[in-house]
Design a protein around this ligand. Structure first.
Ligand code: VGL
Ligand code: ZN
Length: 234
C-alpha cells in the first residue's frame, strides 16, 4: 500500500472509532428495564409455552447489571379468567371472541394466581428489581399491557410509578414479544415515555402473523427495536 493511502486508511479508521463507541446506548438513572412475564407458564413445560421462551433468561440477567431501575411483571389471572377458552362454551384455545372491550384471543388456562405455573422463572436473577407488577387479575378483563388493562381505561399504576421516580425511557424485554411486550411498549409511548424493545431479550408467540404485525404496529408508535448488544452494559 502506498504511503499516502496508508495514511488515508489510518485517518478513516480513527475517525470511525468514536462513532461506533457513541452508537451504544447507556441506560441512565432515568431509564428502566421492564421484564415482562418471564414466568413458568410462558416457557417450555408451562401452560402457554412461547417457543424458546427460556432463552430470554440469561440475556435479561446479563443486561440487568446496566440498569438502576428494574420493573418485573407477572401475568396473574383468576381461575376461569375471561381470556381462557375454557371459560367460553364451544371455544377452543387460539380462537377469538368479542368481549365488552373488543376482540380477545382465547388462550389455554395459564398463569393462575398463586400457582407454580405463574411463578417467575427460577433462573431469573434480578436482585435489584424494585417493583413487581401483576396484571390480568380482573376476571372479566385481560391485560397484556403492564400500563393498563385491555379495556384501555383501567390503569395498573405503572405510569404513575415511573413518572414519580423521574423515569423517561423504558427498555422492554420478556414474553411474549407480540403480546405483552408489544402492548407494554406501545402503552409506554402512549404515556409519554421513550420506548425500546430489546429483540433478543424477548421471544414471540407468532399467532397468524402476529409477530410481524406487532413490530409494524410498534414502529408506527415510535417504539425502537434494538438488540442487547446495542446496550452499553458496564
Ligand atoms: C401473554 C397471552 C396471554 C403474554 C399473556 O405475556 O404475552 N400472552 N397472556
Ligand atoms: Zn394471560
Amino acid at each position: 500500500v502506498p504511503i499516502q493511502r496508508r495514511a488515508l486508511l489510518g485517518a478513516l479508521s480513527l475517525a470511525a472509532l468514536p462513532t461506533w463507541a457513541a452508537a451504544k446506548l447507556k441506560p441512565g438513572a432515568n431509564s428502566a428495564l421492564i421484564v415482562v412475564d418471564v414466568q413458568n407458564c410462558f416457557v417450555t413445560g408451562g401452560t402457554l409455552p412461547v417457543a424458546k421462551g427460556e432463552e430470554v433468561v440469561p440475556v435479561i440477567n446479563r443486561i440487568a447489571a446496566g440498569f438502576q431501575n428494574i420493573v418485573v411483571t407477572q401475568d396473574w389471572h383468576t381461575p376461569g379468567h375471561a381470556s381462557f377458552a375454557s371459560a367460553h362454551a364451544g371455544k377452543k384455545p387460539f380462537e377469538t371472541t368479542t368481549l365488552k372491550y373488543g376482540q380477545q384471543v382465547l388462550w389455554p388456562d395459564h398463569c393462575v394466581q398463586g400457582s407454580d405455573d405463574a411463578a417467575l422463572h427460577k433462573d431469573l436473577k434480578l436482585p435489584t428489581a424494585q417493583l413487581i407488577i401483576r396484571k390480568g387479575y380482573n376476571k372479566a378483563v385481560d391485560s397484556y399491557s403492564a400500563f393498563e388493562e385491555a379495556d384501555h381505561k383501567t390503569p395498573t399504576g405503572l405510569a404513575g410509578y415511573l413518572k414519580a421516580r423521574g423515569i423517561k425511557t423504558v427498555f422492554v424485554s420478556g414474553l411474549a414479544t407480540d403480546f405483552c411486550v408489544a402492548w407494554t411498549a406501545m402503552d409506554a409511548r402512549k404515556h409519554g415515555f421513550e420506548a425500546y424493545v430489546i429483540e433478543d431479550a424477548s421471544r414471540g408467540i407468532d399467532l397468524n402473523g402476529s409477530l410481524a404485525a406487532a413490530w409494524k404496529a410498534m414502529a408506527a408508535k415510535g417504539v425502537k427495536r434494538i438488540q442487547s448488544s446495542d446496550l452499553d452494559i458496564a
